[in-house]
Write a protein that binds this ligand. Structure first.
Ligand code: MN
Ligand code: MG
Length: 659
């Protein structure tokens, strides 16, 4: 049994109420207000840590102030020092999601008896309980079970099932569905009392799709709300006085639909749940992000009237629910609550970041060895590339840095769509160059020579932590998607020399190349869309000779396009990608998919297949600027004739293309 006590310092401050003491230690009102039969209980939440312990970005190989349990640990210590009865829980997605997690899974291994670094860090902080997130299944069940075997706290999950029963309470579950922890709280008069706190955990049942290759035939998953309904009465019967849901599920629709992924609102509505820890969607609650959501008070931090919190992701925030409990006969009940998410850093007006806390040394020390090993891991070769990966010509020809993204996306989505109604549809992939000069300057390109590929190179290939999506579009939408992309080019007058090719107002990340079809771009035509996707020339056609399998594309034929959450959700306003065509939402980042692809393949071949090119315009030439290091790769570029044309401005090199 853990005993909570007020620290002498704070207790003195509380009783004496000196101004000096109060300025040193922020006293929570509930501690101050708690009467003889009342107590203040604080529940702290970390969620979606994704193996982030050190404040370090292993992809870019440098320290950052925006992530890390070692930083949120400082807030945990501060809250504990504020001297109330406090519990600490984690809401899942701790085992996977950064190169330290991949290092353990792909290199070091996780046999029975091995210790996992994120568990070591959590043990250091004395967590009271945790639940599973969907990413806990990414490396298979043995990896998961071996990892949590080292946890000095219980891990609960009610809806992952090894043997399905007639109703959820008859299920055999992979882990304990819930725990009831015996704790003691100090009431307002300084008296110690027993309290029984129930904690029950839930994960999106979509794990059966996302990690089918690891889970099929081994476990099943149930609907979150149905599962909760079955267990909650039993928890009360066993004496849980306060029940907290560890809901590794986002805050979404208030309407319950069977198997819904983001079920926290209908879950909160259930009688028996007193407070909710939420997560999965990597957002912050309470915050204005959730203004206007049905049954959600985004300012107060309640869902269906129950206190709830979501502590960001990667250790960015520490979620905190403060409960004012009142003794009602022999049992405690919640009479008031406040919630907040405390950040570890803040973004300034100039977009720079200021750390708000320092790392806790004991947490860093607990994973120092694995941190050092991970640094070595991201810096050494994990695979090979048979062709150089560079983006110098990504805007003028099919390009290896874009090609490899599409190869990996296609590989992943084809697996995910197996056995679904979409399996038979043609699968394409859209990807854009992220690092392609522009305002980033003449060095701002991807440039990995043929040979060894290290994990840190992948950050160069995929700059943003986007997550994978697939959309279903018609042939007409596909063509317009490409018309939208082709807006990056200026209209070119046939027969004239040395015309500027690129519109500098058009960001390269909106130049999607669609792999799996072939097409030409006729630069003599005006752009159908403007740089922001606005209609310019509705009748214009820059995209010509668009074919699939060598055949012209019928406007009504359906295609699946693998892409990312930004594009699929309307980013860049692409026709066919306005949020209403999504048929698959994956939890994996596109970057993780590329890493997994490289690790599994060993050697990759990112050579571009020249599936798009400029249409021939005899007697016409254009100029474009790229990084001076491009010169070394001139001979590799397919489908276009390029020659050096002197210096561009600001350190760029200029090249000429004969159309
Ligand atoms: Mn997550
Ligand atoms: Mg291609």
């Amino acid at each position: 049994m853990t005993r909570f006590t007020y620290s002498p310092v704070t207790r003195r401050t509380f009783l004496g109420g000196t101004a000096a003491g109060a300025s040193l230690i922020a006293l929570h009102p509930f501690s101050a207000f708690a009467a003889t039969n009342q107590a203040h209980l604080r529940i702290m939440e970390t969620t979606d840590l994704h193996v982030h312990v050190f404040p370090y970005d292993y992809y870019s190989d440098k320290p950052v102030d925006t992530v890390g349990l070692a930083r949120s640990a400082a807030i945990i210590e501060a809250i504990r020092a504020e001297a109330t009865n406090a519990m600490l829980v984690d809401n899942g997605d701790f085992l996977q999601g950064n190169p330290m997690g991949d290092y353990i899974a792909y290199e070091r291994g996780m046999k029975a008896g091995d210790s996992h670094p994120v568990i070591q860090a959590m043990n250091t902080l004395g967590f009271d309980a945790s639940t599973l997130g969907n990413h806990e299944f990414n490396y298979g069940l043995d990896f998961l079970m071996n990892s949590i075997a080292g946890a000095s706290f219980p891990v609960v999950s009610a809806n992952v099932i090894t043997k399905m029963g007639a109703d959820p309470s008859k299920d055999q579950t992979l882990l304990k569905p819930y725990v009831i922890l015996d704790r003691e709280v100090i009431d307002g008069a300084g008296e110690s009392h027993k309290i029984r706190v129930g904690l029950i955990g839930f994960v999106p049942p979509q794990i059966m799709n996302w990690d089918r290759r690891h889970l099929e035939g081994k476990v099943q998953a149930r609907d979150i709300v149905e599962t909760a309904k079955a267990w909650l009465p039993q928890m009360r019967e066993e004496g849980a006085e306060v029940i907290i849901a560890l809901s590794h599920s986002g805050i979404g629709s208030a309407e319950h639909t069977d198997g819904m992924e983001n079920a926290s609102v209908p879950l909160a509505r259930l009688e028996g749940i007193d407070a909710l820890m939420t997560g999965h969607s990597h957002l912050v609650f309470p915050s204005a992000t959730f203004d206007g959501f049905a049954e959600v008070d985004a300012a107060k931090g309640t869902i269906s009237g129950k206190p709830a919190v979501m502590g960001g992701f990667w250790g960015s925030h520490l979620g905190l629910i403060d409960l004012l409990l009142e003794r009602d006969g022999n049992s405690w009940r919640v009479v008031n609550a406040t919630t907040e998410a405390r950040p570890i850093s803040k973004r300034n007006e100039d977009r720079s970041i200021t750390a708000l806390v320092e790392s806790v040394p004991s947490v860093l020390a607990s994973v120092q060895k694995e941190h050092d090993e991970t640094l070595a891991y991201v810096r050494r070769a994990v695979g090979k590339t048979s062709a150089p990966l560079h983006s110098y010509f990504a805007l003028v020809a099919d390009d290896p840095s874009v090609q490899i993204v599409s190869i990996a996306q296609t590989w992943y989505i084809s697996e995910m769509l197996k056995g679904t109604e979409y399996e038979a549809l043609p699968l394409l992939s859209a990807a854009a160059p992220f690092k392609a000069g522009g305002r980033g300057g003449p060095e701002y390109y991807t440039d990995v020579p043929a040979g060894d590929v290290a994990i840190k190179n992948v950050a160069d290939l995929y700059l943003y932590p986007n997550t994978i999506r697939a959309v279903k579009v018609t042939g007409a939408q596909l063509k317009d998607w490409l018309e939208r992309s082709a807006g990056v080019f200026n209209q070119i007058t046939p027969g004239q020399a040395d015309q500027p090719l690129l519109n500098p107002e058009f960001p390269s990340y909106n130049y999607d190349v669609v792999d799996g079809v072939t097409y030409e771009i006729d630069l003599s035509q005006p752009s159908k869309y403007g740089p922001k996707g606005e209609d310019l020339n509705p009748e214009a056609n820059r995209i010509i000779n668009l074919t699939y399998n060598g055949q012209p594309i019928d406007p009504s034929t359906e295609f699946i396009i693998a892409t990312n959450n930004y594009r699929a959700g309307g980013g860049g306003s692409f026709p066919g990608a306005m949020g209403d065509t999504i048929i698959f939402e994956g939890p994996d980042t596109n970057r993780d998919i590329i890493v997994r692809y490289i690790v599994e393949q060993g050697t990759i071949n990112p050579s571009a297949d020249a599936n798009w090119r400029f249409a021939s315009l005899p007697g016409t030439s254009v100029l474009f600027d790229t990084g001076p290091n491009a010169t070394g790769y001139l001979a590799d570029v397919k489908g276009v004739v390029i020659e050096p044309a002197g210096d561009g401005p600001d350190g760029f090199a200029r090249f000429r293309i004969e159309l």
